[in-house]
Ligand binder design. Structure first.
Ligand code: DX5
Ligand code: ZN
Length: 243
């Protein structure tokens, strides 16, 4: 990743009074299947397979979050239809329980919530032993300090910009300083950790998240909720051009 602040390459964050000014050159778009037509999942995945970088899969248990989505058999059934990197966001009370099964279903990365596993050391080892990349997510109210000691064991940090559980909610801009804090932490240590923002991402909010330091954008409603998901991805990708 190359960060450009005010025209200087690889320079750390420059912040004006109103805005962050990161420029991220390896932006990834991760459509969230939660907003797709569940009656035609293979068809829906096919619509984004060329334009997207990752496919975001929200697994919910009705306990950690007040909603139930889909699980292992559904993920396995769509794996054969695409080569996209499967980014599995596990919103369950015991997120390390199904690591082996999720790996068997074909996910590439498993993200667990720090609120569910205050010490993620062993869950991360379990994920790696199953051949998976590992991510940690933070709810909007959880400070970055909760994950700071564990960033080096993560491939991905996920800053939730809505309360987890449902698609279609409004972006919470108060999480932007946390994105910037995470980005600064990663850059200062020369880590390659991706920083994802999840919830309420639209062509209007995407540039804010990217400027603050996010390089992976999850987007459900603003991709699968659109008539042309492929064009919607291209629109989100324009956030990379933001100064
Ligand atoms: C919410 C999920 C999100 C959700 C995003 O708990 O983690 O990934 O699908 O949906 P939108 O993009 O519609 O806010
Ligand atoms: Zn998610």
């Amino acid at each position: 990743m190359v960060l450009i602040g005010c025209g200087e390459r690889a320079k750390s964050r420059v912040r004006s009074a109103e805005a962050y000014t990161f420029m991220v050159t390896d932006l990834k778009i991760a459509p969230s299947l939660l907003a797709a037509d569940f009656a035609d999942l293979r068809g829906e995945v096919a619509k984004v397979s060329d334009g997207a970088d990752w496919l975001h899969l929200d697994v919910m248990d009705g306990h950690f979050v007040p909603n139930i989505s889909f699980g292992i058999p559904v993920i396995a059934s769509i794996r054969g239809g695409t080569d996209l990197y499967f980014d599995c966001h596990v919103m369950t009370t015991n997120p390390d329980t199904y690591v082996t099964e999720l790996a068997g279903a074909g996910v590439d990365l498993i993200t667990m919530h720090i609120e569910a596993i205050p010490d993620p050391t062993d869950p991360a080892k379990k994920a790696r032993a199953a051949g998976l990349d590992f991510g940690l997510a933070l709810n909007p109210a959880t400070p970055f300090s909760a994950v700071a000691p564990f960033v080096e064991i993560c491939d991905l940090l996920v800053v939730m910009s809505v309360e987890p559980g449902y698609g279609g909610q409004a972006f919470i801009p108060q999480v932007l300083p946390k994105v910037a804090e995470a980005r600064e932490w990663v850059e200062e240590r020369g880590l390659g950790t991706d920083i994802q923002i999840d919830g309420g991402i639209t062509p209007e909010t995407a540039p804010l998240a990217v400027s603050a330091g996010a390089n992976v954008l999850v987007a459900g409603t603003s991709v699968f909720g659109q008539v042309d998901p492929s064009a919607a991805i291209a629109e989100l990708r324009r956030a990379e051009e933001t100064e």
